[in-house]
Design a protein around this ligand. Structure first.
Ligand code: ATP
Ligand code: MG
Length: 657
């Protein structure tokens, strides 16, 4: 059946809601037309769409990119100049000076929310840019930001951008060691931090973590500290500076400096799901064009909407869709300091109701966690303001998709399942909600200018047929693409351009269905080969999670004497469910029934918790080691959220022998 025929058969799940279609920026015909134009003449397409920004010196060259081995080079708008902060703040003052730019929702429900207008944002960013200059920061210098999810984090990003300093944000949940590695990695001149980071009712001592980290830093960065609480901290005279005091004295007049489109805007490390994190470098011009355009079209953002992305600014999602994309579009963006389950599992929905959120964007890990807490938490709140829901970070299993659709979206909000990476700067494969009907678990179709291809993993050749399965690569560049790995051009080429020559290799496996829809099947490393059948672990995980007693599941391969690889499943049960031998057999039968006998689990280990990155992604590489009985080399565990989970899993594996 064709996509159009499916969409017309409303009220089918995934059909574009009628009321949405009429108002959307991009309808189906426009998508087809614009997509074709973006591929046939990228110069003309992006030359036009680059104009959504204000340029100081307009570009004359649009695209100069090469994926050829030995000559990897990515340049967009290369002779243009602009300032990112001027685009995100100053240019909105005339029309939206009094509009709220940032809604800040604190961790503590008793603390009032803050509504920061574009004028106030301008004032704060200008002052902070002056403070940075007073501290000796100049264009090209690196500044590490290690802050809670407070407005000062956005001010710091934009103040850096204003003077051309390169920021590198370190998630506030990271340890002193991880912080030290990142400060050293980019040779930062300054660390902007806070005394404490309140989160989920607890306080992380950011300042003392910073003190500990700086003991291991080669150079001596200065420290600028925001006071988030009234608590005492240590103080190193001459090195530490008080944010509040300096801001009080600072002038609010600051002229944004002229920056080349190709100058770096920020460095950000990947999540570390598959190995040692990579220090991804993003550009000024291309990145902002892409972040802004995807924000507007993927979320179908309209003037006056309230947009909430629940990510942390420590991840790329927070960079592109809390700060840069929304603010470049003159949007109202929500910054939430807390966690989904504090003070109770209704917090997300309470915040949606309170701020009348229109677009809500979160991760499958959060959706699954909240789904496990029962529907009453959602049902308690008025979610009628919601127009669209988004998902990012991992494949969303249909079970979670359906819950999100029915319980949160009440069946009337399109769900945009956005596939992208730290490296890509913005969405690459995602439904445009007014144009593309959705299917639970599919990221659907490419964004403008994006040319996904599926390669045969062995031959490296493109599979031309519509229906295909293999590794997901990109054939050509898009403006938001990373420009390099910080200080390591070799790794850039090696990690992304060496496995499949002439392509950008995403590291993800993918299937394309008969309608041309893309389905991410997980990391290529996670594909298992059972008796000659290649299988994405995501499929088995989805089947397990679809069982009413299963809350979460992670599946890996392990050496099997007969099948080559066996299927090893780690299963977290719902809160009140006891693991029994009967349930063990029931789950095996269930997967056989859902997928087929080939997918039948060989081993199931009950897992009270799964090892996850700090951004909530399952670290299957660790689970693979445990399944293989190889505990000696678990690899880089610095981005692991809770190391005790791993110890527990190893212990139980060992008991099994
Ligand atoms: P590392 O690169 O260090 O191993 P990481 O890949 O987890 O870590 P990110 O850049 O945060 O770091 O995540 C990008 C990856 O997340 C993608 O390559 C993909 O595997 C997964 N992902 C993101 N969004 C989706 C989605 N909508 N559907 C399926 N997978 C997704
Ligand atoms: Mg990755």
């Amino acid at each position: 059946m064709s996509v159009k025929a499916k969409a017309a058969a409303a009220p089918e799940v995934g059909a574009i809601p009628e009321n949405f279609k009429a108002k959307a920026h991009i309808d189906a015909a426009t998508y087809e037309k614009m997509y074709a134009a973006s591929i046939s003449d990228p110069e003309a397409f992006w030359g036009e769409h680059g104009k959504r920004l204000d340029w100081i010196k307009p570009y004359s060259k649009v695209k100069d990119t090469s994926f050829e081995p030995g000559n990897i080079s990515i340049k967009w708008f290369e002779d243009g100049t602009l300032n990112v902060a001027a685009n995100c703040v100053d240019r909105h003052l005339k029309k939206r000076g009094n509009q709220t730019a940032i809604i800040f929702e604190p961790d503590d429900i008793h603390e009032p929310a803050q509504y920061i207008t574009y004028r106030q944002l301008h004032n704060q960013v200008s002052k902070l840019a002056n403070v940075l200059e007073q501290l000796g920061i100049r264009k090209g210098d690196r500044v590490v930001i290690y802050l809670p999810m407070i407005p000062e984090a956005a001010y710091a990003m934009l103040a850096c951008a204003r003077i051309g300093a390169v920021h590198s944000i370190v998630f506030a949940g990271f340890s002193p060691d991880a912080l030290a590695a990142r400060v050293n990695g980019c040779d930062a001149k300054l660390v902007i931090t806070a005394d404490y980071a309140p989160r989920g009712g607890r306080k992380t001592p950011l300042k003392s973590n910073t003190d500990a980290a700086l003991l291991h830093c080669i150079h001596d960065p200065k420290v600028l500290m925001v006071r988030r609480t009234r608590e005492q901290t240590t103080w190193v005279e001459g090195r530490d500076f008080d944010y509040g005091e300096m801001m009080l004295e600072a002038s609010d007049v600051q002229h944004p400096i002229e920056i080349n489109a190709e100058d770096p805007l920020f460095i950000l490390y990947t999540s570390g799901s598959t190995g040692h994190p990579k220090g991804v470098v993003h550009s000024t011009g291309g990145y902002l064009v892409y972040a802004a355009m995807t924000h507007q079209y993927t979320f179908d953002y309209h003037d006056g909407d309230v947009f909430w992305c629940t990510a942390d600014v420590g991840w790329v999602t927070g960079h592109s869709y809390i700060v840069y994309g929304p603010l470049a579009n003159g949007a109202t963006t929500v910054m939430f300091e807390g966690v989904p389950t504090y003070p109770d599992p209704g917090r997300f929905w309470e915040v949606c109701e309170k701020h009348k959120v229109n677009q809500f964007y979160t991760a499958p890990t959060a959706i699954r966690a909240l789904m496990g807490q029962g529907d009453e938490w959602v049902e308690k709140h008025d979610l009628s303001s919601l127009k669209l829901l988004g998902s990012v970070g991992e494949p969303i299993n249909p079970e979670a998709w359906n819950w999100y659709n029915e319980k949160v979206g009440k069946g009337k909000c399109p769900i945009v399942d956005t596939w992208w990476q730290t490296e890509t700067g913005g969405h690459l494969i995602t439904p445009l909600p007014g144009a593309i009907s959705t299917k639970p678990g599919s990221a659907t179709k490419p964004f403008f200018g994006v040319q996904p291809v599926i390669l045969d993993p062995q031959s490296g050749l493109e599979i031309d047929s519509v229906e295909a399965e293999g590794v997901l690569c990109l054939k050509d560049s898009w403006p938001g693409q990373m420009r390099g790995v910080w200080d390591d051009h070799g790794r850039f080429e090696q990690a992304y351009f060496s496995d499949y020559k002439g392509y950008y290799f995403s590291g993800d496996g993918c299937r394309r269905d008969a309608d041309g829809y893309y389905w991410i099947t997980g990391r290529v490393d996670d594909v298992i080969n059972v008796s000659g059948h290649r299988m994405g672990t995501a499929e088995v995980e989805s089947a397990l999670v679809a069982h009413a007693k299963v809350a979460e599941a992670a599946v890996v391969g392990y050496p099997h004497p007969v099948k080559g690889q066996g299927i090893y499943c780690y299963v977290t049960l719902m809160n009140d469910v006891e693991p029994t031998q009967e349930l063990y057999q029931e789950l095996r039968q269930w997967v056989r029934h859902e997928i087929g006998p080939i997918a039948s689990p060989d081993l199931i280990q009950w897992a009270p918790g799964l090892p996850k990155t700090r951004s909530g992604k399952i670290m299957r590489r660790i689970l693979r080691k445990i399944a293989e009985n190889d505990y000696g080399s678990l690899g880089d565990t610095s981005t692991l959220a809770d190391p005790s989970v791993v110890e527990d899993l190893i212990e139980n594996r060992m008991n099994k022998g």
